[in-house]
Unconditional design. Sequence first.
Length: 150
Amino acid sequence: MSTENISTSEELPVDECWELLRRSPVGRLAVVVAGPPDIFPINYVVDHASIVIRTAAGTKLAGSKGRQVAFEADGYDLSDGTAWSVVLKGQAEPILQASETIAAMSLPLLPWQEGNKPWFLRIVPASVTGRRLHVRGGAQAPVVAQNPKE
């Protein structure tokens, strides 16, 4: 029997998905405004079994405020040759109440880009799924291509 068809991935329990999300500095937010979906890299914070993001007015806000969204983060571990991916699907709700806004402002969630980011959104997941992949040959550090013109 060939081992090529044997799955080298495993489903992750929800508590492990949240732990991986707490350790990852960047995720991706998928929204649909009009037409095809858009995906944005974002920084975020895990807060009480939800994801909190900060944004300005624009496509992210229009496509997520009060709507169904998907959020994904992933990473890899060089020490054991594995990669992982966690996906949340759920409702993105604006944080509007004064007490919740004050609490959100105290989270370690600083904008990466310059400019005012006055909106806080909380993604309340309806589902949280994750997988760990055992990478053939082991996970490797990124290779930086050398520019021959330098």
